[in-house]
Design a protein around this ligand. Sequence first.
Ligand SMILES: [Zn+2]
Ligand SMILES: [Zn+2]
Length: 261
Amino acid sequence: MTIETLFTLKLSFFILGFIIFLILETIYPNRIWTSKRYKRVTFHAALAIFNTILMRIPMLFILMPVLLIVTESQGGVFYDLGILKFILSFLILDIALYWWHRFNHTNQFLWKFHFVHHVDTHMDVGTSLRFHIGELFLSTLYKAIIIYLFGITLSEFLFYELILVLSIQFHHSNIKLADQTESILSKVIVTPKYHTNHHTVTKGSREANYASIFTIWDKVFLSYKDATDGERLEMGLENREMELKFLSNIQYPFKKNVDSL
Ligand SMILES: [Zn+2]
Ligand SMILES: [Zn+2]
């Protein structure tokens, strides 16, 4: 499989998942959209195209070389573990991402970039595209270090990334699930309601609930905090005027007077 095929596979998965969740949230919406949906879709699509083009650089020059080195050395110390290694790698990547997300909320420098994700005052599948290119660059570096340290192979990483894409699209989507379904699912994976807790203006629940796929990490590392129904209605941060402005979002981390944590 060539690198081009891998890029195409991931992108196709990404687009397909996006369309499915966009249709589902249109049929079964949870919250009413307060801003025009076409404006949200246009803004998030522009950001996604910009990010996809620029992300080729760190993927080609950092992530892929590290993955190829590790894969060629046959998965390092865990090589003989087979399926167990596959599961272990999945869990390691998910814990690593949990901590990356947590660092983004506790480190002032990282927060400048992650802030852009939280400025959204609504949440739908478009929010899953709303990441500053700086955050994506830095998280690629972080992932490369994890891959190298734990001997994660190309197929293990690719599998995790594909499930991660679906998980991020799902838990940002504005889909109304039955209360019971939501409550059972959120015991295992991050659901829309669970992640809404993390997008509240209220700091208590926003600076908690960092999980990406499995919710257990919030329990293990003591960062689970349920918000009230009222708190879940108010999402986002201050600086609402920059919500859907492309340039303001890109420039934001480089401005002198940015909001502190
Ligand atoms: Zn966050
Ligand atoms: Zn989010």
